[in-house]
Design a protein around this ligand. Sequence first.
Ligand code: ADP
Ligand code: MG
Length: 238
Amino acid sequence: MGSIRLEKVSKHFGEHAVIPSIDLEINEGEFVVFVGPSGCGKSTLLRLIAGLEDVTSGRILIDGEDATDKPPAKRGLAMVFQSYALYPHMSVRNNIGFPLKMANVDKAEIDRKVEDAAKILNLTDYLERKPRALSGGQRQRVAIGRAIVRNPECFLFDEPLSNLDAALRVNMRLEITELHQQLDATSIYVTHDQVEAMTMADKIVVLRAGNIEQVGSPLELYHKPANLFVAGFIGSPK
Ligand code: ADP
Ligand code: MG
């Protein structure tokens, strides 16, 4: 479970065709990275898949089923935001359990699921702390915990590491790819960072002005870039 297919998906904001028309196939269990310069439509595409924005035209299929008109909560996906999206006044336990509380899950089950997620993320000793008493990496793990408790088939990450320092980013990249494997999930990871794309992805989708320039493995893109844009983008990491 966790395959996603986009068929001629477009998104217009007023006159502006941010996504003119995209076809894309994401297979079960893949770690797919959307990469491209700022403003090219990465977040918009992710939000369309999540159901946080409506498509202008086209279809989104999840596990072969038309999900185009399904609300976000019915899509079996969980979005991981940057760690600053945590609730500062709530403990780690309540931050992680929040989506379950909203879904009226009973308290004993929330506790059990939060504690399972905390174990996976090495947060067991920090459950009663407030986010401000955590390191940047721990906060990011709490943000991931909030996605894990919902047992999603697919994780959607939108530049989750962009407010962490460089050394921590390297660690968190590894943690996220390990977690992806451990949970047997499908993941879509948005970044403008070529190094993140090259080191994390099974499959990279290179976007430019709302169009797909190329889809391929890091090695394919590196050795056989479809055009100068891809070559320049992949070949010149920061
Ligand atoms: P990225 O994540 O790649 O930086 P975005 O998907 O955020 O790019 O934005 C792509 C384009 O869509 C930008 O030109 C942005 O200004 C525009 N855009 C995004 N969201 C909206 C919106 N809600 N209303 C109008 N324009 C938007
Ligand atoms: Mg963005």
